[in-house]
Design a protein around this ligand. Structure first.
Ligand code: ADP
Ligand code: ZN
Ligand code: MG
Length: 480
């Protein structure tokens, strides 16, 4: 029996949201477009067509590199990676193999409250390939190719094998997505293929020091599936090691519907691609000045924002990290606090009510009907004792759904607190009369019974009585 531990390294492709493709002026915004409507002689590899490098793509890549703590190089270059596939019209992909634009970065993630650095080996720029579309089955099957995506700019980020669990892999990707969104270089949507991840995993037996071969897993289109696929592989490989079986070094694909991975091919060697420098493109030369300018243009990043939230708003680390994971959410929070002047209470409402409803409804911050003013109004009504906290939660649900103001909803639905103490006293007296046993228990020291009476009043008033007032009156009636 051994003690098995996974070793994981990721290769991530991030689609850059530039206006044009990497080497031609076709629009790079191709998702969901009619097939072959964003193409030209360059991106379909027509004879004689020459590529011209997009400056915007270079800038986006540099931005990402700095945000990920990379060393950015003043000199980098493009190379050809040669292979045949129908979605690759030139017969080679233009990429940066020998001289990547950036090397030696790192990304810090939070693992169970502890900070952990994942070293990044390299970041380089390359073009995307087209997409195959397969229709029908067996005899009538047809395959089509859509070149819209061919030539769309990507950055590839390669980590060192520093990731120690499938969960860490997911945390890493979530943080990476948060950063590329913050700096506006990519939508980071895994479901739309704007962020793609190949995961390498091997397993080490810590007792014997023996390692398995490395397996590369592809085809996961969500963070959850990356984690699941890696959990599956860890289990599969450790099991094989226990049985004394050798697992081959290979590429496997995640099959979502079967919740498992299947073998795709034995891994190709880098030398199979016959890389050589791209003769049609000049090297990428970036002046120190230019690099400095790009570096200075970076906005506040998630980690800095989180620290500022802890310091300025006195929030717990956890609240701050949730609120700053998404820039839009962080901005929305700050606008709201400007009005409410109650950072912690606002955070509580965000963390529980707002985020829960957003998750349930699949709504993003930009689509919210709730406005900062609504929180202010809701808080004011609670402070003034006009509504209870429970009612406020119901009101908030309605604000979330309709975008109507809290005061409007309270008025419409008659939700104002029953402030009339004589009314509460009347209801309590009735309940006391009807429940002599409960009263006796209370008098014999079972003070928890008070909750029962408060509940009676809440039911009679549809939750609109202030529990503190009810308690006060109840004690009075009990002669305390
Ligand atoms: P290759 O040359 O086969 O592509 P690389 O050394 O370039 O291998 O690494 C590719 C990816 O595999 C990197 O993300 C790296 O972190 C990861 N990797 C390297 N060694 C291991 C290992 N022993 N177990 C898991 N992942 C690894
Ligand atoms: Zn084109
Ligand atoms: Mg490699």
């Amino acid at each position: 029996m051994g003690k098995y531990r996974p070793i994981i390294g990721l290769e991530i492709h991030v689609q850059l949201s530039t206006k044009t493709k990497l080497f031609c002026s076709c629009s790079a915004d191709v998702f969901d477009s009619e097939p072959n409507t964003h193409i030209c002689p360059v991106c379909t590899g027509q004879p004689g067509a020459l590529p011209v490098t997009s400056e915007e793509a270079i800038e986006y890549a540099v931005k990402a590199a700095y945000a990920l703590n990379f060393e950015v190089h003043e000199y980098s270059r493009f190379d050809r990676k040669n292979y045949f596939y129908p979605d690759l019209p030139k017969g080679y992909q233009i990429t940066q193999y020998f001289y990547p634009i950036a090397t030696k970065g790192y990304l810090e993630i939070d693992v169970d409250g502890k900070k952990k650095k994942v070293r990044l080996r390299r970041l380089h720029i390359e073009e995307d390939a087209g997409k195959m579309i397969h229709e029908g089955d067996s005899m009538s099957a047809k395959s089509f190719v859509d070149f819209n995506r061919a030539g769309v700019p990507l950055i590839e980020i390669v980590t060192e094998p520093d990731i120690k669990s499938p969960k860490e892999a997911r945390l890493f990707l979530e943080k990476l997505r948060s950063i590329v969104r913050y700096i506006g270089v990519s939508s980071g949507d895994m479901e739309k293929g704007a962020l793609r991840c190949d995961a390498n995993i091997s397993v080490i037996d810590e007792e014997t020091g023996k390692s398995s071969n490395r397996v590369e897993v592809k085809n996961m289109n969500s963070f959850k599936f990356v984690q699941r696929a890696l959990e599956y592989e860890f289990e599969r490989i450790s099991q094989a090691m226990k049985n004394g079986e050798e697992i081959p070094q290979e590429t496997r694909g995640w099959v979502t519907k079967d919740k498992k991975t299947i073998s795709m091919r034995s891994k190709e060697e880098e030398s199979d691609y016959r890389y050589f420098p791209e003769p049609d493109l000049p090297p990428v030369i970036l002046s120190e000045e230019k690099l400095k300018k790009i570096r200075q243009s970076l906005p506040e990043l998630p980690d800095e924002k989180k620290e500022r939230f802890v310091k300025d708003y006195k929030l717990p680390e956890y609240d701050a990290s949730v609120l700053t994971a998404d820039k839009d959410l962080a901005d929305f929070y700050e606008e709201t606090v400007k009005l409410t002047a109650k950072p912690k209470e606002t955070s509580n409402w965000f963390m529980t009510e707002l985020l829960r409803m957003m998750n349930e409804e699949g709504i993003e911050v930009k689509d919210l009907k709730v406005k900062p003013e609504h929180f202010k109004e809701l808080f004011d009504m609670m402070d003034a004792g006009k509504i209870t906290k429970n009612i406020a939660k119901d009101v908030f649900k309605e604000v979330f759904k309709t975008g109507k103001s809290p005061s409007e909803i309270v008025k419409e639905k008659g939700l104002e607190v029953v402030a009339d103490e004589s009314e509460i006293e009347r209801i309590l007296k009735e309940a006391i009369e009807k429940n002599p046993k409960a009263v006796e228990q209370y008098k014999n020291g079972k003070k928890g019974i008070m909750g029962f009476f408060i509940g009676q009043v809440m039911r009679a008033t549809s939750g609109k009585a202030d529990p503190k007032v009810v308690q006060k009156i109840f004690r009075k009636l009990m002669g305390e």
